[in-house]
Design a protein around this ligand. Structure first.
Ligand SMILES: *[C@@H]1O[C@H](CO)[C@@H](O)[C@H](O)[C@H]1NC(C)=O
Ligand SMILES: *[C@@H]1O[C@H](CO)[C@@H](O)[C@H](O)[C@H]1NC(C)=O
Ligand SMILES: *[C@@H]1O[C@H](CO)[C@@H](O)[C@H](O)[C@H]1NC(C)=O
Ligand SMILES: *[C@@H]1O[C@H](CO)[C@@H](O)[C@H](O)[C@H]1NC(C)=O
Ligand SMILES: *[C@@H]1O[C@H](CO)[C@@H](O)[C@H](O)[C@H]1NC(C)=O
Ligand SMILES: *[C@@H]1O[C@H](CO)[C@@H](O)[C@H](O)[C@H]1NC(C)=O
Length: 454
């Protein structure tokens, strides 16, 4: 029942942000490094400040609307996808004359004179929380027919970011204090002539109608395997899936990724490209052990740099993680006092632990470099797995009422659908009824509280 509460809670409070990474954002910074006779040269830097949401292949696409009649004379480290109509120019022709340019990264290995530092990664932009050194992408742009001083320059408008699909919303560009750069010998500082920033945030609701992953459960104490919910990821594509072992799969090209990333799924009742399985494996005296597996059902996708964020009250005491990397997340830094009051209130009402206000119950798992950071396409190798050893907190640990299962699971930054709570593997002789009652009481209280507040 607490899952229903958490879903309601999420719906009410957190529709626009990611509760496991509330400060996560992606910033785009423009530093004007020189003025030219008809405009300026700027370095554009994108930092992915999210904890676990990478921008994967085929990479980012950045767009904006020029405020005046600006053109792009040249670019290093990126290019526009279209030149547009440059017919008014004689002789020297700009790189792009479009009012709304669409910029993409270059591929690795382009000639040296087209590169720029931190460019040319095919648009892949890893998350800062997992790979801080690589979480940056940059290019240089020379803009003409623009303002030539910090008084006359007009900021570009309406920034859009695809990463690679929809989901990001970008705010307006804002002039910020000029960036300072350290020279290579680190003995002198230089300064941008003018700097503006754009902040973009991700929302799964904008990205897709249906979840893109689901979760299944099992345990040593009950032989029931709780499957993913049926049609967890939508069943619209039911006719275009492929049965495993079918002849179609042997045809050449079935594993070839499409440009638009359209999946080719193995037929399942959940129709998700990815399933996460959480198995409660052993109950020791002081510890307990969980096995986590991630299974790929998409024949056309290798997930490089996959990530799994999980919320569970016992993740505050992870003792050992075998064969995945692990980092705790600190999700509720910015929690308001009102919310803390609210959580306390809810957990007082409920006999089972609504341990949401703990700051350290969330963590992320990701693959070890060159070992299992690649989740292969659907098939015999399309899975990765690990075991996690957790130290019991004697006051909270229980195998009852689904406590041992995660509260939230995110694969590659998107929240996965959990099974309904009444299907969780039960301990023999444990009834779910009193849980239902306390859950209903908590919902009633919440509705009451909301009505009072508004
Ligand atoms: C963007 O993320 C950074 C790093 O987490 C944070 O310091 C900054 O406040 C965020 N910016 C906005 C506008 O949320
Ligand atoms: C602008 O963005 C950069 C990263 O690109 C960040 O370090 C800086 O704090 C941002 N400035 C403001 C005022 O948000
Ligand atoms: C614009 O440039 C002048 C000097 O050229 C400087 O004094 C001023 O602070 C700058 N303004 C901004 C917003 O950067
Ligand atoms: C912003 O850009 C998008 C995509 O380029 C476009 O569809 C939209 O109409 C633009 N909005 C404004 C206010 O210019
Ligand atoms: C996935 O990676 C393997 C090994 O690198 C490669 O053979 C296969 O073609 C790739 N599949 C896709 C869909 O990219
Ligand atoms: C195992 O859990 C299921 C619910 O998922 C329950 O119906 C069943 O009774 C449980 N089995 C035992 C032996 O308790």
């Amino acid at each position: 029942m607490r899952f229903v509460i958490s879903a309601l809670f999420l719906f009410v409070v957190a529709a626009a942000y990611d509760p496991l990474d509330p400060n996560g954002n992606l910033t785009i910074k423009w530093d004007i490094v020189s003025w030219t006779p008809d405009g300026y040269v700027a370095v554009v830097t994108m930092n992915n400040f999210q904890m676990y949401r990478h921008i994967m292949s085929p990479g980012w696409t950045l767009g904006w609307t020029w405020a005046k009649k600006e053109v792009i004379w040249s670019m290093n480290g990126a290019q526009t996808t279209e030149q547009g109509d440059c017919s008014q120019f004689k002789g020297n022709v700009p790189h792009c004359c479009k009012k709304i340019p669409t910029v993409v990264d270059l591929l690795p290995g382009v000639p040296y004179n087209q590169q720029y530092s931190n460019c040319c990664k095919g648009g892949v932009l890893p998350a800062w929380g997992i790979d801080p050194q690589s979480a940056v992408s940059a290019f240089q742009i020379s803009v003409g027919m623009a303002g030539t001083s910090n008084k006359t320059v007009k900021l570009p408008k309406n920034f859009t970011l695809l990463g690679p699909g929809p989901g990001y919303t970008c705010g307006p560009a804002k002039v910020v204090p000029s960036t300072t750069f350290l020279t290579q010998d680190r003995r002198r500082k230089t300064q941008a002539l003018m700097t503006w920033n754009v902040t973009c945030t991700y929302s799964q609701f904008l990205a897709r109608k249906n979840p893109s992953c689901c979760v299944s459960f099992s345990s040593f104490y009950n032989e029931t395997i709780t499957p993913c919910p049926t049609c967890a990821c939508g069943c619209q594509n039911k006719n275009s899936c492929v049965k495993s072992g079918s002849k179609v799969l042997k045809r050449a090209g079935v594993n070839t990724p499409r440009k638009d990333n359209t999946p080719l799924l193995q037929c399942t009742h959940h129709m998700c490209p990815v399933r996460v399985h959480w198995h409660v494996k052993v109950n020791y005296k002081e510890y307990w052990r969980v096995k986590v597996s991630i299974i790929n059902f998409n024949y056309r996708m290798n997930y490089t740099l996959w990530s799994l964020a999980v919320q569970h009250p016992n993740l505050n005491d992870v003792t050992q993680v075998f064969s995945f990397d692990y980092k705790p997340l600190v999700p509720y830094e910015s929690i308001s006092e009102y919310m803390i009051f609210f959580f306390t209130f809810l957990s007082m009402l409920s006999d089972n632990n609504l341990a949401y206000a703990h700051a350290d119950d969330t963590g992320m798992f990701y693959g070890m470099k060159f070992y299992n950071d690649l989740l292969m396409e659907a098939g015999p190798f399309g899975n990765v797995q690990s075991e996690v050893l957790l130290r019991k907190d004697k006051d909270t640990f229980t195998l009852k009422q689904g406590w041992a299962f995660p509260r939230k699971v995110y694969f590659n930054g998107d929240e996965c659908m959990l099974p309904p709570p009444d299907t969780y593997p039960f301990l023999p002789n444990s009834a779910p009824h009193q849980q239902l009652f306390s859950g209903l009481a908590a919902i009633a209280a919440m509705v009451f509280l909301l009505v009072t507040v508004w």
